[in-house]
Write a protein that binds this ligand. Sequence first.
Ligand code: SAM
Length: 272
Amino acid sequence: MPCSQADYSFLRQLLSSRSDNIVDPSRNDLFDARLYRVARSRGMNGLDDLVARLKMSSDPLLTQEVVEAMTINETSFFRDRSPFDLLKDKLLPSLIENRSQQQTLRLWSAACSTGQEAYSLAMLLRQHFPQLAQWKIEIVGTDINAEMVRRARSGRFQRMEVNRGLPARFLLQYFVRDEEEWKAIPELRSMCSFHQRNLSHAFPVLEKYDGILMRNVLFYFSEATRRLILRRMHSALCADGFLLLGASEQAGLHDLWQPVVDGSACYYKPRI
Ligand SMILES: C[S@@+](CC[C@H](N)C(=O)[O-])C[C@H]1O[C@@H](n2cnc3c(N)ncnc32)[C@H](O)[C@@H]1O
């Protein structure tokens, strides 16, 4: 049973305070669709019971479950293709040239969901840049959703997932079949690490990144949160690094980010 407007407001407020994700009042149905299962799995009758429980007691696990159930984790290997062509043909060759002395490369897949983007980067590097075999390569994936991070870490993907965007030759070269799943080979997994992080919380960055992919997540935040996150990303990126956003996202903040359009892809250079 749908809950009252006051209960939807409570849920909106809860979500915004924990993940900064915004749900427009016209999309209250998203709460119904995503939280009914959470309520039932805890033996409650519906959303109104769930909201009553959330209001009554502070249950961090239930709150976390609600926040995670509201995240949209859509992703795929080599998503949107053109950013990966841009990485292969332009962004990575230039970085690799600049890092030829240090022989290190640090890339961040921010809001990585189940990890396909991070593993796509690892495959791209292995496939097209064999000269990096002795380099220290770190591909760091982060997401607010603990279950997504756990799945990304496992390196295991279902048939439906490997059928989306992964060329057949990459599947055979970089994954081994394990019953109904495909598991990334150790060589790929050793290049990637995954951590639970909330993008809207301040995050200490001890070592800057050479490239950041933060795609298809900004539109869940308010304008103020987007700006805050983009400022922090600027501090987390090397001066010659790049930022890639989703196809329908823009950085704005022209004092900090210079957009560069390249064919059908766009990336951002940090202004110093
Ligand atoms: C649509 S997916 C995008 C996945 C991947 N970046 C891509 O483009 O394919 C959005 C991801 O953002 C994550 N997310 C939402 N709010 C977040 C936050 N505040 N901090 C970190 N991750 C967040 C969600 O858990 C979800 O996995």
